[in-house]
Ligand binder design. Structure first.
Ligand code: AMP
Length: 377
Protein backbone atom coordinates (compact mmCIF):
# COMPACT_ATOMS: atom_id res chain seq x y z
CA UNK A 1 0.00 0.00 0.00
CA UNK A 2 2.74 2.43 0.95
CA UNK A 3 4.90 1.70 -2.06
CA UNK A 4 6.75 4.57 -3.65
CA UNK A 5 5.09 5.98 -6.76
CA UNK A 6 8.08 6.30 -9.05
CA UNK A 7 8.71 9.04 -11.63
CA UNK A 8 7.04 7.97 -14.87
CA UNK A 9 3.80 7.15 -13.02
CA UNK A 10 0.62 9.19 -13.54
CA UNK A 11 -0.68 11.60 -10.91
CA UNK A 12 -4.37 12.52 -10.96
CA UNK A 13 -5.57 15.97 -9.87
CA UNK A 14 -9.20 16.77 -9.06
CA UNK A 15 -9.54 20.43 -9.96
CA UNK A 16 -7.88 22.39 -12.74
CA UNK A 17 -6.91 25.86 -11.54
CA UNK A 18 -3.54 27.52 -10.99
CA UNK A 19 -2.66 25.30 -8.02
CA UNK A 20 -3.04 22.24 -10.22
CA UNK A 21 -1.07 23.95 -12.96
CA UNK A 22 1.93 24.66 -10.73
CA UNK A 23 1.65 21.14 -9.27
CA UNK A 24 1.66 19.73 -12.81
CA UNK A 25 4.70 21.81 -13.77
CA UNK A 26 6.59 20.47 -10.73
CA UNK A 27 5.43 16.90 -11.41
CA UNK A 28 6.33 16.94 -15.10
CA UNK A 29 9.76 18.36 -14.30
CA UNK A 30 10.32 15.22 -12.21
CA UNK A 31 9.16 12.92 -15.02
CA UNK A 32 5.62 12.21 -13.85
CA UNK A 33 2.58 12.31 -16.05
CA UNK A 34 -0.41 14.37 -14.89
CA UNK A 35 -4.13 13.94 -15.54
CA UNK A 36 -6.68 16.53 -14.41
CA UNK A 37 -10.45 16.32 -13.99
CA UNK A 38 -12.81 19.28 -13.70
CA UNK A 39 -15.95 20.61 -15.39
CA UNK A 40 -13.86 22.79 -17.74
CA UNK A 41 -11.68 22.54 -20.83
CA UNK A 42 -8.48 24.39 -21.74
CA UNK A 43 -8.05 24.95 -18.01
CA UNK A 44 -4.91 26.30 -16.28
CA UNK A 45 -4.01 22.72 -15.24
CA UNK A 46 -5.24 21.09 -18.44
CA UNK A 47 -2.93 23.29 -20.53
CA UNK A 48 0.15 21.69 -18.94
CA UNK A 49 -1.24 18.23 -18.10
CA UNK A 50 -0.93 15.08 -20.23
CA UNK A 51 -4.68 14.58 -20.19
CA UNK A 52 -7.65 16.78 -19.33
CA UNK A 53 -10.97 15.12 -18.47
CA UNK A 54 -14.12 17.22 -18.53
CA UNK A 55 -16.60 15.98 -15.91
CA UNK A 56 -18.55 17.18 -12.90
CA UNK A 57 -17.09 16.41 -9.48
CA UNK A 58 -20.33 14.64 -8.55
CA UNK A 59 -20.21 12.35 -11.59
CA UNK A 60 -18.95 9.37 -9.59
CA UNK A 61 -18.66 7.10 -12.64
CA UNK A 62 -16.42 9.66 -14.31
CA UNK A 63 -14.35 9.95 -11.11
CA UNK A 64 -13.93 6.14 -10.99
CA UNK A 65 -12.94 6.00 -14.66
CA UNK A 66 -10.44 8.80 -14.04
CA UNK A 67 -9.04 6.93 -11.02
CA UNK A 68 -8.45 3.81 -13.12
CA UNK A 69 -6.05 5.77 -15.33
CA UNK A 70 -3.79 7.15 -12.58
CA UNK A 71 -1.51 5.87 -9.80
CA UNK A 72 -2.59 8.30 -7.06
CA UNK A 73 -5.15 11.10 -6.74
CA UNK A 74 -4.79 14.48 -5.11
CA UNK A 75 -6.88 17.60 -5.40
CA UNK A 76 -6.23 21.28 -5.83
CA UNK A 77 -9.75 22.34 -5.01
CA UNK A 78 -11.24 21.42 -1.63
CA UNK A 79 -14.91 21.61 -2.55
CA UNK A 80 -14.83 18.10 -3.99
CA UNK A 81 -17.49 16.02 -2.21
CA UNK A 82 -16.60 13.25 0.22
CA UNK A 83 -18.56 10.92 -2.08
CA UNK A 84 -16.20 11.77 -4.95
CA UNK A 85 -13.09 11.27 -2.78
CA UNK A 86 -14.52 7.95 -1.54
CA UNK A 87 -15.33 6.79 -5.07
CA UNK A 88 -11.75 7.52 -6.15
CA UNK A 89 -10.37 5.82 -3.03
CA UNK A 90 -12.12 2.56 -4.02
CA UNK A 91 -9.60 2.42 -6.87
CA UNK A 92 -6.39 4.29 -5.95
CA UNK A 93 -4.87 6.08 -2.96
CA UNK A 94 -6.26 9.57 -2.40
CA UNK A 95 -3.79 11.92 -0.69
CA UNK A 96 -4.62 13.84 1.42
CA UNK A 97 -7.51 11.59 2.46
CA UNK A 98 -11.22 12.17 2.03
CA UNK A 99 -11.37 12.50 5.83
CA UNK A 100 -8.93 15.44 5.88
CA UNK A 101 -10.91 17.01 3.06
CA UNK A 102 -14.20 16.48 4.89
CA UNK A 103 -12.97 18.14 8.10
CA UNK A 104 -11.45 21.16 6.36
CA UNK A 105 -13.97 21.92 3.61
CA UNK A 106 -16.69 23.24 5.90
CA UNK A 107 -15.87 26.09 8.30
CA UNK A 108 -18.14 24.96 11.14
CA UNK A 109 -16.75 21.42 11.06
CA UNK A 110 -13.18 22.71 10.81
CA UNK A 111 -13.62 25.14 13.71
CA UNK A 112 -15.21 22.51 15.96
CA UNK A 113 -12.42 20.03 15.13
CA UNK A 114 -9.82 22.67 16.07
CA UNK A 115 -11.60 23.69 19.27
CA UNK A 116 -12.23 20.06 20.31
CA UNK A 117 -8.55 19.20 19.90
CA UNK A 118 -7.50 22.25 21.90
CA UNK A 119 -5.98 24.32 19.09
CA UNK A 120 -6.18 28.12 19.50
CA UNK A 121 -9.11 29.44 17.41
CA UNK A 122 -11.15 32.61 17.11
CA UNK A 123 -14.21 32.69 19.42
CA UNK A 124 -17.03 31.39 17.21
CA UNK A 125 -20.45 29.71 17.06
CA UNK A 126 -22.19 27.71 14.36
CA UNK A 127 -25.71 29.12 13.74
CA UNK A 128 -28.69 27.76 11.84
CA UNK A 129 -31.48 30.21 12.68
CA UNK A 130 -32.09 33.89 13.42
CA UNK A 131 -32.63 33.01 17.10
CA UNK A 132 -29.30 31.17 17.25
CA UNK A 133 -27.57 34.12 15.58
CA UNK A 134 -29.10 36.55 18.09
CA UNK A 135 -27.96 34.35 20.98
CA UNK A 136 -24.48 33.95 19.47
CA UNK A 137 -24.11 37.73 19.08
CA UNK A 138 -25.04 38.14 22.76
CA UNK A 139 -22.47 35.57 23.80
CA UNK A 140 -19.57 36.46 21.46
CA UNK A 141 -20.10 40.21 21.27
CA UNK A 142 -19.65 42.74 18.45
CA UNK A 143 -18.05 43.47 16.06
CA UNK A 144 -18.34 40.01 14.53
CA UNK A 145 -18.31 38.39 11.10
CA UNK A 146 -20.91 35.95 9.81
CA UNK A 147 -19.42 33.50 7.31
CA UNK A 148 -21.17 30.85 5.26
CA UNK A 149 -20.01 27.45 6.47
CA UNK A 150 -19.46 25.93 3.02
CA UNK A 151 -17.91 27.03 -0.24
CA UNK A 152 -16.51 30.26 1.15
CA UNK A 153 -13.12 31.46 0.03
CA UNK A 154 -11.40 34.81 -0.50
CA UNK A 155 -13.96 36.47 1.77
CA UNK A 156 -16.92 35.36 -0.35
CA UNK A 157 -20.04 34.90 1.77
CA UNK A 158 -18.74 37.04 4.65
CA UNK A 159 -20.68 39.84 6.34
CA UNK A 160 -19.60 42.09 9.18
CA UNK A 161 -21.95 42.89 12.06
CA UNK A 162 -21.20 46.03 14.05
CA UNK A 163 -24.57 46.72 15.67
CA UNK A 164 -27.49 44.57 16.91
CA UNK A 165 -29.46 46.19 14.06
CA UNK A 166 -27.27 44.24 11.59
CA UNK A 167 -28.43 40.85 12.86
CA UNK A 168 -31.65 40.59 10.85
CA UNK A 169 -30.42 41.98 7.51
CA UNK A 170 -27.21 39.91 7.62
CA UNK A 171 -29.19 36.78 8.44
CA UNK A 172 -31.45 37.55 5.46
CA UNK A 173 -28.34 37.53 3.24
CA UNK A 174 -26.67 34.40 4.63
CA UNK A 175 -29.34 32.54 6.56
CA UNK A 176 -30.49 30.01 3.99
CA UNK A 177 -27.56 27.80 5.04
CA UNK A 178 -25.44 26.92 8.07
CA UNK A 179 -23.19 29.81 9.00
CA UNK A 180 -20.53 30.58 11.53
CA UNK A 181 -20.30 33.71 13.64
CA UNK A 182 -16.78 34.78 14.56
CA UNK A 183 -15.58 37.56 16.78
CA UNK A 184 -13.56 40.14 14.84
CA UNK A 185 -9.97 39.57 15.87
CA UNK A 186 -7.83 42.58 16.69
CA UNK A 187 -4.75 41.34 14.85
CA UNK A 188 -1.36 42.92 14.28
CA UNK A 189 -0.46 40.54 11.46
CA UNK A 190 -1.87 37.74 9.33
CA UNK A 191 0.48 34.91 8.48
CA UNK A 192 0.41 31.34 7.26
CA UNK A 193 2.40 28.19 7.76
CA UNK A 194 2.69 25.98 4.68
CA UNK A 195 3.89 22.51 5.58
CA UNK A 196 4.07 18.97 4.25
CA UNK A 197 3.66 15.60 5.91
CA UNK A 198 4.95 12.48 4.21
CA UNK A 199 3.57 8.94 4.11
CA UNK A 200 6.01 8.02 6.88
CA UNK A 201 4.88 10.95 9.06
CA UNK A 202 7.94 13.05 8.08
CA UNK A 203 7.35 16.79 8.39
CA UNK A 204 8.74 19.85 6.60
CA UNK A 205 7.62 23.48 6.82
CA UNK A 206 8.35 26.86 5.26
CA UNK A 207 8.30 28.88 8.48
CA UNK A 208 5.90 31.79 8.73
CA UNK A 209 4.82 33.70 5.62
CA UNK A 210 3.32 37.14 6.21
CA UNK A 211 0.12 37.92 4.32
CA UNK A 212 -1.63 41.18 3.44
CA UNK A 213 -5.17 41.04 2.05
CA UNK A 214 -7.15 43.54 0.00
CA UNK A 215 -10.93 43.23 -0.11
CA UNK A 216 -10.53 39.83 1.63
CA UNK A 217 -8.31 38.50 -1.21
CA UNK A 218 -4.63 37.77 -0.64
CA UNK A 219 -2.61 40.64 -2.09
CA UNK A 220 1.01 40.30 -1.00
CA UNK A 221 2.92 37.53 0.82
CA UNK A 222 6.37 37.97 2.34
CA UNK A 223 8.91 35.45 3.63
CA UNK A 224 10.23 35.37 6.22
CA UNK A 225 7.33 36.96 8.15
CA UNK A 226 8.35 39.92 10.31
CA UNK A 227 7.15 38.60 13.67
CA UNK A 228 8.54 37.22 16.95
CA UNK A 229 10.40 33.92 16.63
CA UNK A 230 8.50 32.38 19.58
CA UNK A 231 5.17 32.88 17.77
CA UNK A 232 6.61 31.28 14.61
CA UNK A 233 7.79 28.25 16.61
CA UNK A 234 4.37 27.91 18.25
CA UNK A 235 2.54 28.22 14.91
CA UNK A 236 4.74 25.55 13.31
CA UNK A 237 4.07 23.24 16.29
CA UNK A 238 0.31 23.84 15.96
CA UNK A 239 0.48 23.11 12.21
CA UNK A 240 2.39 19.90 12.80
CA UNK A 241 -0.06 18.76 15.49
CA UNK A 242 -3.04 19.48 13.17
CA UNK A 243 -1.42 17.41 10.43
CA UNK A 244 -0.65 14.54 12.81
CA UNK A 245 -4.20 14.65 14.14
CA UNK A 246 -5.58 14.36 10.57
CA UNK A 247 -2.95 11.71 9.64
CA UNK A 248 -2.39 14.07 6.76
CA UNK A 249 -0.36 13.20 3.65
CA UNK A 250 0.52 16.12 1.39
CA UNK A 251 0.85 19.89 1.66
CA UNK A 252 -1.44 21.91 3.89
CA UNK A 253 -1.62 25.58 4.83
CA UNK A 254 -2.78 26.98 8.16
CA UNK A 255 -3.72 30.66 8.13
CA UNK A 256 -3.17 32.43 11.44
CA UNK A 257 -3.79 35.76 13.11
CA UNK A 258 -1.11 37.21 15.37
CA UNK A 259 -3.26 39.14 17.83
CA UNK A 260 -2.43 42.63 19.05
CA UNK A 261 -1.53 41.08 22.44
CA UNK A 262 0.87 38.57 20.85
CA UNK A 263 -1.18 35.34 20.74
CA UNK A 264 -1.64 33.15 17.68
CA UNK A 265 -5.11 32.05 16.52
CA UNK A 266 -5.94 29.69 13.66
CA UNK A 267 -8.20 31.35 11.09
CA UNK A 268 -8.53 28.50 8.64
CA UNK A 269 -6.93 25.44 7.10
CA UNK A 270 -6.46 24.85 3.37
CA UNK A 271 -5.91 21.14 2.61
CA UNK A 272 -3.59 21.81 -0.36
CA UNK A 273 -0.79 24.10 -1.54
CA UNK A 274 -1.79 27.73 -0.94
CA UNK A 275 -1.52 31.10 -2.61
CA UNK A 276 0.72 32.33 0.22
CA UNK A 277 3.18 29.54 -0.65
CA UNK A 278 3.56 30.55 -4.30
CA UNK A 279 6.81 32.36 -3.49
CA UNK A 280 8.36 28.98 -2.61
CA UNK A 281 8.35 28.19 -6.35
CA UNK A 282 11.18 30.65 -6.94
CA UNK A 283 12.58 31.32 -3.49
CA UNK A 284 12.97 27.87 -1.86
CA UNK A 285 15.06 24.81 -2.65
CA UNK A 286 11.88 22.72 -2.85
CA UNK A 287 8.63 24.47 -3.79
CA UNK A 288 5.31 23.66 -2.11
CA UNK A 289 4.26 22.03 -5.39
CA UNK A 290 7.27 19.73 -5.63
CA UNK A 291 6.74 18.96 -1.95
CA UNK A 292 3.16 17.90 -2.74
CA UNK A 293 4.45 15.59 -5.48
CA UNK A 294 7.01 14.08 -3.11
CA UNK A 295 4.53 13.64 -0.26
CA UNK A 296 1.76 11.96 -2.28
CA UNK A 297 4.30 9.71 -4.06
CA UNK A 298 5.83 8.47 -0.80
CA UNK A 299 9.18 10.13 -1.56
CA UNK A 300 11.34 11.89 1.05
CA UNK A 301 10.36 15.54 1.57
CA UNK A 302 12.78 18.11 0.14
CA UNK A 303 14.66 20.92 1.87
CA UNK A 304 12.49 23.98 2.41
CA UNK A 305 15.38 26.44 2.77
CA UNK A 306 14.49 29.99 1.71
CA UNK A 307 17.27 31.04 -0.66
CA UNK A 308 16.64 34.79 -0.30
CA UNK A 309 13.98 37.00 1.31
CA UNK A 310 11.02 37.04 -1.07
CA UNK A 311 7.74 38.80 -1.75
CA UNK A 312 4.83 37.69 -3.94
CA UNK A 313 2.14 39.99 -5.35
CA UNK A 314 -1.03 38.60 -6.89
CA UNK A 315 -2.16 39.78 -10.32
CA UNK A 316 -5.94 40.02 -10.38
CA UNK A 317 -8.01 40.62 -13.50
CA UNK A 318 -8.16 44.30 -12.51
CA UNK A 319 -4.59 44.66 -13.83
CA UNK A 320 -6.03 44.23 -17.35
CA UNK A 321 -8.52 47.11 -16.93
CA UNK A 322 -6.60 49.39 -19.32
CA UNK A 323 -5.59 46.68 -21.78
CA UNK A 324 -2.71 44.20 -21.92
CA UNK A 325 -0.35 44.78 -18.98
CA UNK A 326 3.16 46.02 -19.78
CA UNK A 327 5.03 42.76 -19.10
CA UNK A 328 8.33 44.05 -20.43
CA UNK A 329 8.28 46.97 -17.98
CA UNK A 330 7.61 44.66 -15.00
CA UNK A 331 10.30 42.23 -16.04
CA UNK A 332 12.80 45.09 -16.24
CA UNK A 333 12.69 45.20 -12.42
CA UNK A 334 15.63 43.10 -11.15
CA UNK A 335 14.88 39.69 -9.59
CA UNK A 336 11.20 39.67 -10.56
CA UNK A 337 9.66 36.43 -11.82
CA UNK A 338 6.38 36.33 -13.75
CA UNK A 339 3.79 33.55 -13.37
CA UNK A 340 0.63 33.58 -15.48
CA UNK A 341 -2.02 30.91 -15.17
CA UNK A 342 -3.25 30.70 -18.75
CA UNK A 343 -6.69 32.15 -18.03
CA UNK A 344 -8.24 34.01 -20.96
CA UNK A 345 -10.89 36.08 -19.20
CA UNK A 346 -9.39 38.72 -16.85
CA UNK A 347 -12.44 39.48 -14.70
CA UNK A 348 -11.97 41.92 -11.79
CA UNK A 349 -10.97 39.99 -8.64
CA UNK A 350 -10.00 36.85 -10.60
CA UNK A 351 -6.52 35.49 -9.83
CA UNK A 352 -4.70 35.59 -13.19
CA UNK A 353 -1.08 35.26 -12.09
CA UNK A 354 1.51 36.53 -9.66
CA UNK A 355 4.92 38.15 -9.46
CA UNK A 356 7.68 37.07 -7.11
CA UNK A 357 10.70 39.20 -6.24
CA UNK A 358 13.76 38.15 -4.27
CA UNK A 359 16.22 40.56 -2.69
CA UNK A 360 18.71 40.97 0.15
CA UNK A 361 16.00 42.05 2.59
CA UNK A 362 12.25 41.55 2.86
CA UNK A 363 11.76 45.33 2.56
CA UNK A 364 13.60 45.36 -0.78
CA UNK A 365 11.71 42.31 -2.03
CA UNK A 366 8.39 44.01 -1.26
CA UNK A 367 9.56 47.22 -2.91
CA UNK A 368 10.65 45.37 -6.08
CA UNK A 369 7.50 43.30 -6.42
CA UNK A 370 5.20 46.28 -5.89
CA UNK A 371 7.23 48.41 -8.32
CA UNK A 372 6.94 45.69 -10.93
CA UNK A 373 3.20 45.38 -10.42
CA UNK A 374 2.72 49.15 -10.54
CA UNK A 375 4.41 49.51 -13.94
CA UNK A 376 2.16 46.84 -15.45
CA UNK A 377 -0.74 49.27 -15.70
P1 AMP B 1 -11.26 33.94 5.39
O1 AMP B 1 -12.04 33.70 4.13
O2 AMP B 1 -11.88 33.37 6.60
O3 AMP B 1 -9.82 33.55 5.24
O4 AMP B 1 -11.24 35.51 5.60
C1 AMP B 1 -10.63 36.38 4.65
C2 AMP B 1 -10.01 37.55 5.38
O5 AMP B 1 -11.01 38.26 6.13
C3 AMP B 1 -8.97 37.15 6.41
O6 AMP B 1 -7.73 36.90 5.82
C4 AMP B 1 -8.97 38.39 7.30
O7 AMP B 1 -8.27 39.45 6.70
C5 AMP B 1 -10.45 38.74 7.35
N1 AMP B 1 -11.06 38.03 8.49
C6 AMP B 1 -11.66 36.82 8.47
N2 AMP B 1 -12.09 36.44 9.70
C7 AMP B 1 -11.75 37.43 10.54
C8 AMP B 1 -11.92 37.64 11.95
N3 AMP B 1 -12.54 36.75 12.74
N4 AMP B 1 -11.43 38.79 12.47
C9 AMP B 1 -10.80 39.71 11.69
N5 AMP B 1 -10.62 39.58 10.37
C10 AMP B 1 -11.09 38.46 9.78
Amino acid sequence: MNRIIQPGATLGVLGSGQLGRMFAIAARRMGYRVHTLSPGVDTPTGQVADAEVEADYDDLDAIRAFARGVDVITFEFENVSTAAADAAAEIVSVRPSGHALHVTQQRAREKSFLALKGFPVTPHAAVESLDELTAAVDRIGLPAILKTASFGYDGKGQHRLTSPLDVEPVWALVGHQTAILEKVVDFSLEFSVVAARGLDGGFAHYGAIENAHRHHILDVSVAPARMPEAAVTEAVAVTRAIMDELEYVGVLCVEFFLTADGRILVNEIAPRPHNSGHLTFDACITSQFEQQVRAICGLPLGATTLLRPAAMANLLGDVWAKGEPKWDAALAVPDVKLHLYGKSDPRPGRKMGHLTAMADTTAQAIQHVLAARDVLV
